[in-house]
Design a protein around this ligand. Sequence first.
Ligand SMILES: [Mg+2]
Length: 220
Amino acid sequence: MVTYALPQEIRGLVFDMDLTLYRNEAYYNSQVGNQVALLAADLGWTVDRLQGELAQWEDNFRRENGGRKPSFGNTLLGALGYPIARSVELRRRAIRPEDYLDEDLRLRGALKLLASRFRLVLVTNNPSDVAVRTLAVLGVSDLFPRIIGLEESGHSKPHPAAFDLAYQYLGVPPPTVVSVGDRFPVDLEVPLARGSGGILVEAMEDVYALPELLGGEGKS
Ligand SMILES: [Mg+2]
């Protein structure tokens, strides 16, 4: 875990979902793999042909953009003209948290303590219905009263639109907020620029330890 500029007084927490509220590389990797398989079937192409087209476009993009990796949605848009709105639909069909994740009672215990002391909001680059399903499988649905998903913000993090919605919901000053996520440039950079704190989590143990880290009282 790495912490950045934690405020003296904390009132709200912004949580990322994927690889923050669970650790399951097979599931995370399946998110792209399943989208490719479904889309190839939709197009009547082989998976190899589709992967070849996408890889070629991604190589060109990297060459022209100083080695930066494009998001998968932007690769579909660039290589095939596949709009982001259809990507949202594709992700809904392709992503199967039920097949990979299980109830996590330690996560529930930690989030329950945090929810009793702070306002919580979930901000994800997945569609919100995928988030609803993911939280249900993990057994923590009731602890996130507000989910901001890709279809609502219209842009993937780190675009500020999703964070603007999160601050608006929390209704507390940004310097009293802490953002929690597994990718610094995606989850923490924008909140830190707004004066919030940040916590980079690197393992589930980091998430389980948050109630203690953020105030000590109420340790379970
Ligand atoms: Mg993540």
